[in-house]
Design a protein around this ligand. Structure first.
Ligand code: FES
Length: 179
């Protein structure tokens, strides 16, 4: 079954008109696939290759290079904990250990019900807020094992990612207020 609807293919076609080569849209095409499916399997890579007019081997290289693309299913809530230098010095590894213990899964694995997965990540560009973790695209900065567990508590209770505390303190920084 094709990944994209006719409308979506039309949108991609419009995007491709902005670039000299269809290959230039490979990253956004892959991102849309992951957004729709949660990961990028072999058939999806084939479809992306056809849309962007590149060999499938090129798509495989791109997907394996960028760690933000998943080659196997991840959880609905993907927990990423940074253990690069700034975060490591501020306790990132303790947060990672706490999340592994809480969720009962190893790095790049997901819980049996598919709700959570965990990933140890390199710098996510939020060093000033070290130690940090992210759940999907929401960043939790200057966090701790206790607060990380509270994030999981909220997701389990409400089925949604809580608002990070720095956004609560400075609502003008929220994504919604910047649109
Ligand atoms: S070192 Fe963790 S966000 Fe940069």
């Amino acid at each position: 079954m094709p990944i994209f609807s006719d409308t979506e293919l039309q949108e991609i076609s419009e995007l491709q008109k902005r670039y000299p080569e269809p290959a230039a849209t490979l990253l956004p095409v892959l991102w849309r696939i992951q957004d729709k499916r949660g990961w990028i399997d072999s058939d999806a890579m084939e479809e992306a290759a056809a849309i962007c007019q590149v060999p499938k081997s090129h798509v495989e290289g791109v997907v394996s290079f960028y760690t933000m693309f998943f080659e196997k299913p991840m959880g609905k809530f993907h927990v990423q904990v940074c253990t690069n230098v700034s975060c490591m010095l501020c306790g990132g590894e303790k947060i990672l250990d706490a999340m592994k213990a809480r969720l009962g899964v190893a790095n790049l694995e997901r819980t049996p019900d598919g709700t959570f997965s965990i990933e140890e990540v390199e710098c996510m560009g939020a060093c000033g807020g070290a130690p940090m973790m992210a759940v999907n695209e929401t960043f939790f900065e200057k966090t701790s094992p206790t607060e990380a567990n509270e994030v999981i508590d909220t997701i389990l209770a409400k089925g949604e990612i809580p608002t990070p505390k720095f956004v609560q303190q400075m609502p003008e920084l929220s994504e919604a207020s910047n649109r």
